[in-house]
Design a protein around this ligand. Sequence first.
Ligand code: CMC
Length: 436
Amino acid sequence: MTAESSSTGKNARLSIASKTSEMPVRSGTLGPDVVDIGRLYRDTGCFTYDPGFTSTANCSSKITYIDGDNGILLHRGYPIDQLAEQSNFLEVCYLLLNGELPNKSQFKEFDAAITRHTMVHEQMTRFYTGFRRDAHPMAVVCGVIGAMSAFYHDSTDINDPEQRRIAANRMIAKMPTIAAMAYKYSVGQPFIYPRNDLDYAANFLQMCFAVPCEPYVVNPVIARALDKIFILHADHEQNASTSTVRLAGSSGANPFACIAAGVACLWGPAHGGANEAALNMLQEIGTVDRIPEYIKMAKDKNSGFRLMGFGHRVYKNYDPRAKVMQKTCHEVLDSLGIRDEPLLKVAMELERIALQDDYFVEKKLYPNIDFYSGITLRAMGFPVQLFTVLFAIARTVGWIAQWREMIEDPEQRIGRPRQLYIGAPQRDFIPMGSRS
Ligand code: CMC
């Protein structure tokens, strides 16, 4: 048992035929208790079966807590709406990595450490020319991050806490540069170097949208909104990409390889790819009068269509990030003077209709963070293909914080799930000439 979890004094008992396993029930600080099934196989010869991990806690963690029924998300105990409104992305990074909010000098030191590592090894720029210009930027970012382990050898020893710290800072610092370079390459413009006089979000905006032939002035409202969007995406407990990072890291793989695995997982439309899919869906719907047709399709299992940006494995209530995102969306559109954005109208009406529809009400399907993020990012000038990359920039801190926590966890072992085998039983090989 870890020092952070406590015994409830209760045991769960599972009897299978004549064999019985007594399994301790453990409590965390918040949330459901867990039944520690570690002895089950030894005691009974049975595995548990839980595809999709709907009832399985894979680790203990102090970083993020989600209460899906009540729509609560806490980072190190702090509610996401308070962090989004009152903090900034780098401060949230510090909090996720270190467990506490920084004081002034701690923040200054951390800010400088990240800001001074924003450039990438110049030779890495050559990788980009090996990709097709029409490649999806997630494919490019995944490849370039994987390649970081070939450049930063002094931060790949996972057993050295100082190297782990440097790897974390490097990932957070360089991710926006790598992402912006993927964008610039796709549009055939020269790479723009980072500017260390700008804050994290403002620097990313200039690396994406500045060109060498004219000055670029960062719009502070857009920079603040982007910073907020980064905060909203910074971590989300044991989601698919974070679990991927932990599983990859459990074998002792270096942090850059693990984050590349996380990026690959994030790309899927059921996960981070949903922001791109949600905007494409809103564009396809196009006008409010077509909404009923799409609602009908979403309810029809045979259509293969889902309302993108709706539903969540954990939230059975309004995603607290979506609330902040919706507000940010309005702020961005207002500041850019965009009135009557047709997609916003479609989104708001779609949300209104879905929230009153029995199908969505019964299944507790609410808008998630991706529902409004696409409209916001598009208004900021980002192309749709870059949306999931922006998610990856923000989630990098969550991945690396969870990876570090795992490496430092005395309970950590290589992740090795078992299976229910349903293939052919043992049989003898038949030489080709004797096969019918
Ligand atoms: N539209 C229509 N029906 C839905 C939707 C949806 N968006 N989401 C779930 N359902 C139905 C689903 O058909 C199922 O019905 P039934 O019980 O009759 O079979 C029921 O609701 C439960 O769905 P599930 O697929 O078993 O739930 P899950 O927890 O495995 O999946 C999800 C969660 C997020 C993958 C799913 O809700 C979904 O595909 N949503 C759309 C994609 C999306 O917006 N993803 C972003 C998630 S938030 C960002 C992130 O953290 O990555």
